[in-house]
Every structure is written in structure tokens, then in C-alpha cells.
Design a protein around this ligand. Structure first.
Ligand SMILES: *Cc1c(COP(=O)(O)O)cnc(C)c1O
Length: 366
């Protein structure tokens, strides 16, 4: 039996008439960049996430870059983040000329650890970017307290966590800026690139609107330098349809995760740890195994697709050598890169597929 990490075609086919209609309507509207459809999506997503405002942009990466600029992070400033994340988190910091400073993760949740972050705060530190990895929100209370004590900005990279909660509250309920990605494989995915920034501060919202549109508030007048980073109307139309299904899809992911917890052995496999305060939405179901590469090969032979997110910590990547880190600097992140394996957990997965994957893992003898 073939089991992939996602099945975007099946998802599309389940809702094809609605999606097709929304796209065709947009084609007839003649508005293809920003415009009323994007505005409606901004309202709907910010409401869904409990935030006051949403600003649609080109991608999750641009959402991070524009957020850093909205907080006036300058070249030479330091921004602390995790080395165990998708590269965009650190790349955004570096691309605006600031310095990415890494701190180690909590090995249980894989998320940035506030106590590790505190050790790396210097007089040049301006902001922290915790990542809500795999669909589980990072320690909202710990980071809010730390940011307040040291007067730092918080940017939450929630690309993998739309619909997640912490202490029963959604993404937008906590201080700081939230960034989202609509990359096709995210829990809410477009049919192309897209992203959004959420904020409860009207001044930041206005700044972000300028930043995504060449620094212009309208007409050919420019208040500052900006970018060309807007959300397409067709993608917004698709996302508005998909948003109606997001809670149902996230619930299915949670249900699949519960089944895995029952079906998978736990003597040699570490199941994903769930912080009791976190409403995890399982963007990934990531297990740990000390013979991970052999397990992945075994599953591949059985036609089960798996993913390694992420195979090399960012402080050890070639592009970030200039920061001067070395092997051993972040032992929890480094060990995670050796042991993690993400197995299929997408909403459209069938029960037989999940049982097949579980049986394939059970039959693995290292
Ligand atoms: C997907 C992702 C991004 C980047 O999003 P794009 O829309 O692909 O630019 C940033 N951070 C994390 C943690 C992600 O998973």
C-alpha cells in the first residue's frame, strides 16, 4: 500500500466545485492582486486566529522579513531564534542585515526554550522568534515574561500552527506579531505561495501594509522603502474556501495522532510530546528513533513516505558558517536532527493506511 506525506489532489477533488467556482469568480472580477477578496480573507483569518488585523503577503518568509522591518530591527541588531526550524526563520533575520543568534530547544517539544534564550541575550538583542514547530505552540507564557523583562519584541513563526491553541487561546491572543505561511503543504495551503502577518496593533498593521506595497499608501506616492510582497486574489479566494474546512481537517489530524499513539510501540519509539497547555494540530507527527535512518529505509521499502524535518541544524549549515558556530553548540537540536522522523498524518488519510503505516513500524527490527 502506498502512503504519502500528503495528498493534495484528493483534498482538491473533495472540494473541487467550490474551489473552481471561487477561482472563476475571481477571474471575472478583474482584480488579481490584493483587492476585496484578499481583504475578506484578512478579516476571516485574523478572526479565526483571535487577532485584530491580518496583512496578506507573498509568503511565510516575507511575513517574517516584513515583521522584522515593522519592528525597526536594524543591521547589526541581534535576533534570537532556534537552529531547529525551516531555514526561512533565520534567513529572514540575516537578509535584513541583522544577526541570527541561536539558542537550544526543549528536547521534548522541539521548540525554542526560554531558559536557553535568556543565556544569549545581550545589549544588542532586539527580538526573539520562537517557532511553533510541527503544529505545537511554543511556550507563550515563558516567552511573554522574558520579552517583557528584557524589553524585546516577539515574532511568532506560526507557519506550521494555524488553528493551534495555548492555554485554550489562539495564536492572536498573545503579545507580539504572528506570521503564517500558506505554502501548499501547510495545514491551510494555497495553490501557490502566500503568507500573512497577524497583529493587534493598528500602527504595525499600517506599517506592514506600506512594507508589502513599495512603501505606498496609494497612488504613486511613497512614504518609505518597501517590497513587492502582496497576496494574490486567486490564492485568497482558494484560501477562503479552505478556511471553512480547516478546523475539521485539523481535528482529523488530531484523531490520526491519537490512533498512532495507540497503535505504535513506545519502548523504542518516542512519541511526540504534547505540552499539556498546548492544543497541538499535528502539522507533522514526528517520532524519534535512535536508528532513524534504518527505520526510514525500511518504511520506504514498504512504500511509506516519511520526512526528516530537519536533517541539519541551521548553525551547522554552510550558509550560516559566518556566524562562527560549531558542532556541539546546541546538543538538543543536534540530537533531534539525528533522530526525528515525520510519518504521514494528513487529514485525507484513510484508517487502513494509518494501520498499514503502524504495522510497518511495528515490524521494524533494528
Ligand atoms: C513554511 C515555513 C516558513 C516559510 O514559509 P514560505 O511560505 O514557504 O515562505 C517559515 N517558517 C517555518 C517554520 C515554515 O515551516
Amino acid at each position: 500500500m502506498k502512503v504519502g506525506l500528503a495528498n493534495l489532489v484528493k483534498q482538491y477533488e473533495e472540494i473541487a466545485p467550490e474551489i473552481n467556482n471561487a477561482i472563476i469568480e475571481t477571474l471575472h472580477s478583474g482584480r488579481f492582486i490584493l483587492g476585496p477578496v484578499v481583504q475578506s480573507l484578512e478579516e476571516e483569518i485574523s478572526q479565526y486566529c483571535g487577532a485584530d488585523y491580518g496583512v496578506g503577503v507573498n509568503s511565510g518568509t516575507d511575513a517574517l522579513i516584513l515583521s522584522l522591518l515593522a519592528y525597526d530591527i536594524q543591521p547589526g541588531d541581534e535576533v534570537i531564534t532556534t537552529p531547529f526550524t525551516f531555514v526561512a526563520t533565520a534567513e529572514a533575520i540575516a537578509l535584513i542585515g541583522a544577526r541570527p543568534v541561536f539558542a537550544d530547544i526543549d528536547p521534548k517539544t522541539f521548540n525554542l526554550d526560554p531558559m536557553q534564550v535568556e543565556q544569549h541575550i545581550t545589549p544588542r538583542t532586539r527580538a526573539i522568534i520562537p517557532v511553533d514547530l510541527f503544529g505545537q505552540m511554543a511556550d507563550r507564557l515563558g516567552f511573554a515574561e522574558l520579552a517583557e523583562r528584557y524589553r524585546l519584541h516577539l515574532i511568532w513563526d506560526s507557519a506550521q500552527a494555524i488553528g493551534a491553541t495555548y492555554n485554550g487561546k489562539p495564536l492572536g491572543a498573545y503579545p507580539g506579531i504572528v506570521t503564517l505561511s500558506f505554502f501548499p503543504t501547510k495545514n491551510l495551503g494555497a495553490y501557490g505561495d502566500g503568507g500573512m502577518v497577524l497583529t493587534n496593533d493598528v500602527q504595525l498593521r499600517d506599517k506592514l501594509r506600506l512594507l508589502r506595497f513599495h512603501g505606498s499608501g496609494g497612488g504613486y506616492f511613497y512614504d518609505r522603502m518597501g517590497y513587492s510582497s502582496r497576496l494574490d486574489a486567486i490564492q485568497a479566494a482558494v484560501l477562503r474556501i479552505k478556511l471553512k474546512y480547516l478546523s475539521e481537517w485539523n481535528n482529523l489530524r488530531v484523531r490520526h495522532a491519537c490512533r498512532y499513539r495507540k497503535l505504535l510501540p513506545n519502548h523504542n519509539i518516542t512519541h511526540p510530546y504534547c505540552n499539556p497547555l498546548a492544543g497541538h494540530i499535528y502539522h507533522q507527527f514526528t517520532i524519534r528513533h535512535n536508528n532513524r535512518d534504518a527505520l526510514q529505509k525500511w518504511l520506504k521499502e514498504k512504500e511509506v513516505e516519511t520526512g526528516i524535518y530537519y536533517p541539519l541544524a541551521l548553525h551547522l549549515q554552510k550558509a550560516y558558517q559566518y556566524l562562527g558556530y560549531k558542532q556541539g553548540d546546541f546538543p538538543h537540536a543536534e540530537l533531534a536532527t539525528q533522530e526525528v522522523l515525520s510519518i504521514p498524518v494528513y487529514p485525507e488519510m484513510e484508517d487502513e493506511q494509518l494501520e498499514y503505516v503502524s504495522e510497518a513500524i511495528r515490524s521494524f527490527e533494528p
